[in-house]
Design a protein around this ligand. Structure first.
Ligand SMILES: Nc1ncnc2c1ncn2[C@@H]1O[C@H](COP(=O)(O)OP(=O)(O)O)[C@@H](O)[C@H]1O
Ligand SMILES: O=P(O)(O)OC[C@H](O)CO
Length: 490
């Protein structure tokens, strides 16, 4: 019982990583699955694909190690958040495809709820903003499509879950209907102050409370699975951005991390009291241990690494993401790209606007576009940083810890430090999300250190300090702000 298996069920792929007794990754496997776009702005996954790729990647990772079921002390799960599944409690058949967090189909529903004056109530109870991003309106949408589904849900015949919950139900032989507090906090159905499902939110959206899973601490007993051919406990669960916050050991109030994958999600630990945002950030649960929640302010940006993918797949000006580093160096810096491909997230929350480019000239070329794309990631983070500083005035000295695929890009990280005017730290291990889930499970299983011991193992690979003049920084940021305003005005 020396190793931990971490499952990272993400938006575009499922991954399984085996960590040894020293919390080092020793094997990993990854598998992509099909994204479904049935309508403009709609994004779906087939639940069976999520479950199948989790099974196959776990097997593939385990096969690489030569370890057996008895070597795995526990499993930790981390997952794409908010994505919504409803399934039959007996057969497991999904009532609908999973509606993914990026899906905007409930934008009008949110608009109507806002017009009916529900916006403040939603924020007061859930810490979130009334936006299609979260699970609740997706649940309502699915139930609205299927006559009689609410009665079935009330009778316990239909279950709702975020992806962790859906996976655990399958992993435990269709028995455990559970989730953790971080995933619950993203549904817009959870009262983050009371630490319980909100009857008010359920009533507002006509969602039977009976269909919601039981909420547990992040390190707790989520059930036993025969996934590895024996009995393995599931001891750790956290939404992927919270798992990265844990993996980055942001355990003290004021510590913050930003993860640059498809999108960018920055979380600032605010300690044991939820901080209400005056700047359109989200108040959420960072983690919950021993029955005690620790809260965070979160800024969610929908497009970060995805803008680099667009350079590759949409424009065809690069062959792979890493090429942007050298290209950006040659860019003029005169082009501004606002990658509002699916609207804008925090702090603008504008689901309707779309991307725009400014400053094009006849000699604009791939290098300028690559630079503008990487700059957009830095500028969007600055937007969040400004909002966080305003909500949490003590946050000015914090060092931003970064991770995720795009954080490997030195040019982007240097620009990020420049535009923030503060240091940026990149850790030695970039598997922070999976590590967070592994640590939760390993700590609970008694093979990994406690919180302080774990935090002491965090090591820096690189620090980026600002090199840009104050004048350039502020001129550049003002250019970005004008571009965002113009983008929203179109
Ligand atoms: N060297 C790089 N420079 C710029 N972007 C990168 C680089 N490497 C990866 N990316 C971007 O990072 C993203 C992948 O990061 P990852 O953390 O695996 O994301 P996710 O978990 O959301 O799929 C992709 O969008 C890719 O374009
Ligand atoms: O799967 P990722 O890494 O794109 O993360 C998705 C987030 O959890 C959405 O809130």
């Amino acid at each position: 019982m020396t190793h931990i298996l971490a499952i990272d069920q993400g938006t575009t792929s499922s991954r399984a990583i085996v960590f040894d007794g020293n919390m080092q990754p020793v094997a990993s496997a990854q598998e992509e699955f099909t994204q479904h776009f049935p309508n403009s702005g709609w994004v779906e996954h087939e639940p069976a694909d999520l479950w199948a790729t989790v099974q196959s990647t776990c097997k593939a990772a385990m096969d690489q190690t030569g370890l057996g079921v008895d070597d795995i002390a526990a499993i930790g799960i981390t997952n794409q958040r908010e994505t919504t599944v409803i399934w039959d409690a007996e057969t497991g058949a999904p009532l609908h495809n999973a509606i993914v967090w990026q899906d905007r189909r409930t934008a009008q529903m949110c608009e109507r709820l806002r017009a009916d004056g529900h916006g403040d109530q939603v924020t007061a109870i859930t810490g979130l903003l009334l936006d299609p991003y979260f699970s609740a309106t997706k649940v309502k949408w699915i139930l609205d499509q299927h006559e009689g589904s609410r009665d079935r849900a009330k009778a316990g015949k239909l279950l709702f879950g975020t992806v962790d919950s859906f996976l655990i139900w399958h992993m435990t032989g269709r028995t455990a209907h559970v989730t953790d507090a971080t995933n619950a906090a993203r549904t817009m159905l959870y009262d983050i102050h009371k630490g319980a499902w909100s009857p008010e939110m359920c009533a507002m959206l006509d969602i039977p409370i009976e269909m919601l899973p039981e909420v547990r601490d992040c390190a707790s007993d989520f059930g036993v699975t025969d996934l590895l051919g024996g009995e393995t406990p599931i001891y750790g669960v956290a939404g992927d951005q919270q798992a990265a916050t844990i993996g980055q050991a942001c355990f003290e109030p004021g510590m913050l991390k930003s993860t640059y994958g498809t999108g960018c999600f920055a979380l600032l630990n605010t300690g044991d009291a939820p901080v209400a945002s005056n700047n359109r950030l989200l108040t959420t649960v960072a983690y919950q241990l021993n029955g005690k929640p620790t809260y965070a302010l979160e800024g969610s940006i929908f497009i970060a690494g995805a803008v680099v993918q667009w350079l590759r797949d949409g424009l065809g000006i690069i062959a792979n993401a890493a090429e942007t580093q050298a290209l950006a160096d040659e860019g003029s810096g005169n082009v501004t790209l606002v990658p509002a491909f699916t609207g804008l997230g925090a702090p603008y929350w504008n689901p309707e606007c779309r991307g725009a480019t400014f400053g094009l000239t006849r000699d604009t070329g791939p290098a300028d576009m690559a630079r503008a794309a990487l700059e957009s990631v830095g500028f969007q983070t600055r937007d969040l940083w400004e909002a966080m500083r305003a909500d949490w005035p003590d946050g000015g000295d914090a060092v931003l810890r970064v991770d995720g695929g795009l954080s490997a890009n030195d040019w982007a990280m240097q620009f990020l430090s420049d535009v923030l005017g503060g240091p940026v730290d990149r850790p030695a291990g970039l598997e922070t999300t999976a590590l967070g889930a592994a640590w939760l499970a390993g700590m609970r299983a008694g093979i990994y250190p406690d919180m302080d011991g774990f935090a002491a193992t965090w090591a820096r690979e690189a620090r980026f300090d600002p090199q840009m003049s104050e004048e350039d920084r502020e001129t550049g940021y003002a250019r970005w702000q004008r571009a965002v305003a113009a983008t929203q005005a179109v």
